[in-house]
Ligand binder design. Structure first.
Ligand code: PA5
Length: 451
């Protein structure tokens, strides 16, 4: 039987240890003596982010105050959960990765609806696999698109709607669809209004990749049985701490500052995020979009060509120790590593000793699996440090809703700070829009003939 630990949640929900990002003497780590100077440079940056938040320019920072959205999500999830067994979530990018991450990390066993994802690709084989075993009478669709114009989710939607209508009839199908989209404009809003679908809002002032803690991610999570209110508790705690904590104790501020310092002074352009533990596997994919799309920019905020950006790498501990750590330890000095460590697993197993005379397994006897996972991270961090490789660790007490909400906002705020440091607009994505226009032209969409 697994040992099950149910511990009361204790603050802080996240703690960033950056002691191994610096060294006594400067090599490919930041010289320790420079920390004070970094902290001094970060203070006006924090002030700028807080000013933008307080003047209403940073929608994601005000998510804890969006209580009406939270209530709408909880009420809708309750009703939909009573009516249906499976929820098919359709979305891509910021309308997809956050919900996947929450469900993977937090779905309670045996509770909530079954959640299936589609629309993050236009892969017919993936669609065929989904359609193979769907029972339409017990299935609802949550189609998520802020613009309502994105081809991957919208092509999946029209296809699934067609199957749904064939299965339950045009009149009844509307009850099966919940559209999460802009409250006023866009193609999906038009469709939802025409069909009479139930809807949830994508806040106008929150971009896709910052929207996981809005109805975009919260509704699928609530349907999965996750207590979404607790995600917002963690999100708020990190935001308020960002505003109040001393610079050197300020996790998101120091994370962004250290990444930026490595980028400009030591050409460390690659950011590896390596959570330890299967439940956080999708966290890296969510972070990868946030960090890449927000900071990878041709122009700075004054229109000067800068071609800035970090290349994020999503790794998983301990799995990728046997795939990538060789490169991280001995390859080019072009990256920083950040581990995420979960201090207490929800369940644990003590190892037996079936072969006391064989040291290759006997040394493990009596140790717990969770303890081995801690040792894996600690050993990897130590080996990297010995080789002069900057690495930090974000600690969370458990994979609880509070901790995941806190982790999300840790990296969202860090992204906002990094955007300030690089002096780029972290909230647009002109490079993605250009590709979309070319594709519309290729597929014959009216209005894009001359693009
Ligand atoms: O972060 C973003 O804004 C993007 O990744 C979008 O989320 C993605 O392109 C999907 O857009 P939409 O929700 O409009 O379909």
């Amino acid at each position: 039987m697994p040992k099950t630990t149910k511990k009361a949640e204790v603050k802080p929900f996240v703690r960033f240890d950056y002691s191994r990002m610096t060294a006594e003497r400067g090599n490919m780590m930041m010289p320790k003596a420079d920390l004070i100077d970094l902290a001094r440079r970060l203070e006006p940056v924090r002030a700028a982010v807080i000013k933008q938040w307080r003047s209403g320019q940073l929608g994601f920072m005000a998510i804890p105050e969006r209580t009406a959205d939270l209530k709408a999500v909880e009420a809708m999830a309750k009703t939909v959960g009573r009516e249906f067994k499976t929820l098919v979530v359709i979305g891509i990018g910021g309308s997809d990765l956050g919900a996947r991450m929450l469900v993977k990390a937090l779905k309670p066993a045996g509770k909530g609806m079954e959640i299936r994802f589609i629309g993050a690709n236009t892969d017919p084989d993936e669609m065929a696999a989904l359609l193979r075993d769907l029972d339409w009478r017990k299935t609802a669709i949550n189609v998520i698109s802020k613009s309502g114009d994105t081809i991957e989710p919208m092509s999946a939607f029209v296809l699934l709607r067609d199957r749904l209508v064939k299965a339950v009839g045009v009149n009844r199908h509307a009850r099966h669809v919940i559209a999460t989209t802009d409250t006023e404009k866009g193609t999906l809003r038009k469709i939802a209004d025409r069909e009479g679908y139930r809807t949830l809002p994508v806040p106008a002032d929150i971009g896709g990749r910052f929207s996981v803690l809005t109805p975009v991610g919260l509704f699928p999570a609530a349907c999965a049985g996750i207590p979404v209110r607790r995600l917002v508790v963690g999100c708020r705690a990190v935001r308020d701490e960002f505003a109040a904590a001393k610079t050197m104790d300020n996790g998101p501020l120091m994370f962004a500052g250290l990444q930026h310092d490595g980028y400009v002074r030591r050409s460390q352009h690659i950011t590896v995020l390596m959570p330890y533990g299967e439940r956080l596997r999708e966290f890296g994919s969510w972070f990868r979009q946030l960090w890449a799309e927000s900071l990878g920019k041709r122009l700075d905020r004054h229109g000067k060509v800068v071609n800035h950006g970090f290349t994020p790498v999503a790794a998983l501990g301990a799995t990728d120790q046997h795939s990538q750590v060789q490169l991280y330890n001995e390859g080019p000095f072009d990256k920083t590593l950040t581990f995420i460590e979960v201090e207490s697993p929800d369940a644990d197993f003590r190892l037996p000793n079936p072969y006391p005379d064989i040291e290759g397994t006997a040394y493990m006897a009596g140790h717990r699996l969770g303890e081995i996972l801690h040792a894996e991270r600690a050993a990897t961090s130590l080996a990297l440090t010995e080789n002069g490789r900057p690495n930090g660790t974000v600690f969370v007490p458990r994979v609880s809703p509070e901790a995941v909400g806190a982790l999300v906002n840790f990296f969202q705020i860090a992204t906002a700070v990094a955007g300030e440091l690089l002096d780029v607009n972290a909230y647009d994505q002109p490079g993605v829009e250009a590709g979309k226009k070319h594709m519309y032209k290729l597929l014959g969409r009216k209005g894009f003939e001359k693009f």
